[in-house]
Design a protein around this ligand. Structure first.
Ligand code: CA
Length: 708
């Protein structure tokens, strides 16, 4: 392994020398190729790691497809994956094979020229794990190294597969299956190890990141992101240090800090950077009642790749209470920074500021707002800390917080184009009114169940007062072309409602991105829309590009779902999808394949049983529904279609309501028992609330059907 690292080091140094000499170019890419595959065939330009290059820049030197001919793009082939849920996967392309994942962590190996299925792996994730996660059973892709495909699974495993055959080589459980841990993030290769984190900070877990040896799956190290109970002893000096920034009995709540998406490895510095998530619960007053920074929540943490030991950290949201994760995509680059070359790491975390840090030391170089922010006026460059506004922590159900818990940027990956010098960020502008909890049960730890420490009854499509004084609420999604050196946007592409998908940029002066049901190409310099193609579902996952036999391809995996796209989020913000599919689309110049649209007929709402509940009962039902049901079935019953739309329940469902809600009758479909939280009387109140909404929706449907 030492030999491989040496190779990487030398070629990276060579790349650096050339960059210093003003020769931007493909050498920087080739240093990455050396990490695992020393000799890609001369006719193949692969995309073999999650972010393409060592810095996860998601930039390609390929330019056969460019400004002049992008309008000639057409489908070379498509492949329908075996689910109809959210798709967030970055495909990889190595040795003529395309490796891609769908929901439920299913892995597909396709012939990258034709789309023919070569092998398929289903890890058979138990469907009740859906209730252990926040945001759909999505998966963001596999890792590749030396003939090995390493997949993460929603039930917390890492599985090594033979890249040629799909045969399982090793399979390790990385989490406690009894707790609410899930994995949606893609594993990352770091030398001879593979790095993986987990999710679950909305459901009371303690976050950590683990490195396993790629050769056999044995554990190399584990880095906890938040401290546990001091009485149990600390795992490391870093945890001892972190514990001094916490108060109360945080460990009973789990603490959170799950690193569910973003890791990046610098082979020259031998550091792994971890993007750490929010607290569990969100509300700091419950989690750490005496305040404190609560390390390492919402931080970028650099650890030694060999030992997992702490090296430095930078916290983007000290004392996080807004779900302002720093789990968003991180990019490494070497920038000409005010006259000197700096090795930087860049991130646009949820909190609305774009950070540029020196990645050797963690020194803050820049923190400029890329979004409206009501919680902080600016970041103090002396202290490196955000300067919070007076209303930052006012959670009275009226005060509007921007960015919302969804963040000004979420998981859709950015791209750094070395030619334009711009970072393309899929941004989102939404507000939220947090409300302190009023029920005792929301103020107690409830591990294993959704628990934010805020009052979800307040989330029924909030009509935000004065929101247009803060943001233009008619344009919530934008693609921002951000100049990281000037700390300001070059151009802004308005997308309309909801965020756009992940981004690819190329030396063809193009930016590729999904937006709603379109996959599009834009001019990287100006943002001008040059080409788009209807994908018949949501295009959320970041696309890739590769070359085979001298021909450049663009590949995108599509499918509606995920946290933001799914459920209440989508419908409440104007994105209601009636059918869905999970599909891989691969384009080339002159491609003429047509991918069929799915059947778009939506079942009508069946006539519901009559409403018999009292107004008090319905109001109680609404409260209980918002607290326990809305996260899956949608805010105010506005579902995105991934979990059953309760308005469309068959009449028989109402007859077995108690068995479903309290008896766990549908556990194998993901609907776990809520007997621990909901009495029989309360479950009936929920049913009456559902009936009240359903009867109104049914009458509206009939009335509109009667109109000529
Ligand atoms: Ca979160």
């Amino acid at each position: 392994m030492k030999k491989t690292k040496m190779t990487v080091g030398l070629s990276s140094i060579l790349a650096l020398v050339l960059v210093l000499a003003g020769c931007k170019g493909s050498v920087e890419d080739q240093s990455e190729a050396a990490i695992s595959d020393p000799m890609p065939s001369s006719t193949e330009v692969p995309w073999q790691s999650h972010g393409n290059d060592w810095g996860e820049q998601r930039f390609s030197e390929l330019k056969s497809i460019n400004l002049d001919n992008v309008n000639e793009l057409g489908l070379a082939w498509y492949f329908d994956m075996y689910t109809d849920r959210g798709v967030e996967a970055t495909p990889l392309m190595v040795d003529g094979m395309l490796y891609v994942t769908s929901a439920w962590s299913m892995v597909y190996a396709l012939d990258a020229r034709t789309g023919e299925l070569v092998w398929f792996y289903d890890p058979k994730v138990p469907r009740e794990f859906l209730a252990k996660g926040c945001c759909d059973a999505v998966n963001r892709g596999v890792a590749y190294i030396d003939g090995q495909v390493i997949a993460s699974t929603y039930d917390g495993r890492l599985v090594s597969l033979n890249a040629k055959t799909g045969a399982v080589q090793w399979d390790v459980q990385t989490t406690d299956r009894e707790q609410s841990y899930t994995i949606s993030g893609a594993p990352r290769i770091a030398g001879d190890k593979v790095i993986i984190g987990n999710g679950g900070a909305e459901l009371g877990v303690r976050g950590y990141v683990t490195a396993y040896y790629v050769k056999d799956g044995t554990q190399a190290w584990r880095f906890y992101t938040v401290p546990g109970n001091p009485k149990d002893g600390f795992e490391s000096k870093a945890m001892e240090m972190a514990a001094e920034t916490w108060t109360g009995e945080w460990w009973k709540w789990g603490g959170g800090g799950t690193a569910w998406d973003s890791f990046v490895y610098d082979p020259m510095l031998n550091l792994v950077y971890l993007g750490v998530g929010n607290g569990s619960p969100w509300n700091q007053k419950l989690r750490s009642p005496g305040g404190g920074d609560n390390l390492f929540l919402a931080s970028i943490v650099a650890v030694d790749a060999d030992s997992g030991e702490y090296v430095w950290h930078y916290q983007t949201a000290p004392g996080d209470t807004w779900d302002y994760t720093a789990t968003q995509h991180m990019i490494l680059a070497d920038l000409d920074w005010k006259g000197s070359l700096r090795k930087v790491i860049m991130q646009a975390p949820k909190n609305g500021f774009f950070y540029v840090l020196d990645r050797e030391t963690g020194e803050l170089l820049s923190a400029e707002p890329y979004s409206a922010t009501t919680w902080a006026t600016h970041v103090d460059m002396e202290t490196g800390r955000p300067v919070e506004t007076e209303t930052a922590r006012v959670f009275d159900g009226k005060n509007v917080t921007v960015p919302s818990n969804a963040g000004a940027h979420n998981w859709p990956a950015m791209s750094y184009n070395r030619e334009t010098g711009l970072v393309y960020i899929p941004t989102l502008q939404l507000g939220i009114q947090f409300k302190e909890p009023t029920h005792a049960r929301d103020m107690l730890p409830a591990q294993g169940y959704w628990n934010q420490g805020f009052d979800r009854t307040n989330y029924v499509v909030p009509q935000l007062p004065n929101i247009d004084e803060i943001i233009d609420s008619s344009v919530t999604g934008q693609l921002l072309a951000w100049d990281p050196i000037l700390g300001q946007p070059r151009w802004t592409g308005n997308l309309g409602r909801v965020t756009g998908g992940g981004v690819l940029s190329t030396a063809g002066n193009l930016v590729f991105q999904g937006h709603h049901d379109q996959f599009r190409a834009l001019n990287a310099e100006t943002g001008e829309l040059l080409w788009s193609n209807a994908v018949h579902t949501a295009a959320m996952a970041p696309p890739i590009t590769y070359e085979l036999d001298g021909e450049q391809y663009i590949a995108a995996a599509v499918g509606f779902g995920g946290g933001l796209g799914a459920e209440g989020g989508s419908a409440a913000h104007g994105w209601d999808i009636s059918t869905n599919l999970s599909r891989v689309l691969v384009y080339k110049l002159g491609g003429d394949v047509v991918a069929p649209a799915p059947d778009t007929v939506k079942e009508p709402i069946p006539k519901p049983p009559p409403l018999t509940g009292t107004p008090d009962q319905i109001q109680l039902g609404q409260e209980i529904y918002q607290r326990h049901c809305s996260v899956c079935h949608g805010d105010g019953l506005r579902t995105g279609g991934l979990s059953p739309d309760l308005k469309r329940s068959k009449a028989g469902v109402h007859d077995i309501w108690q068995q479903i809600v309290r008896g766990g009758l549908l556990q194998s479909a993901g609907m776990v028992s809520f007997a621990q939280f909901v009495t029989e009387e309360e479950a009936e109140a929920v049913r009456q609330y559902v009936l009240s909404v359903t009867n109104i929706a049914y009458e509206q449907q009939q009335a509109s059907a009667d109109q000529p």
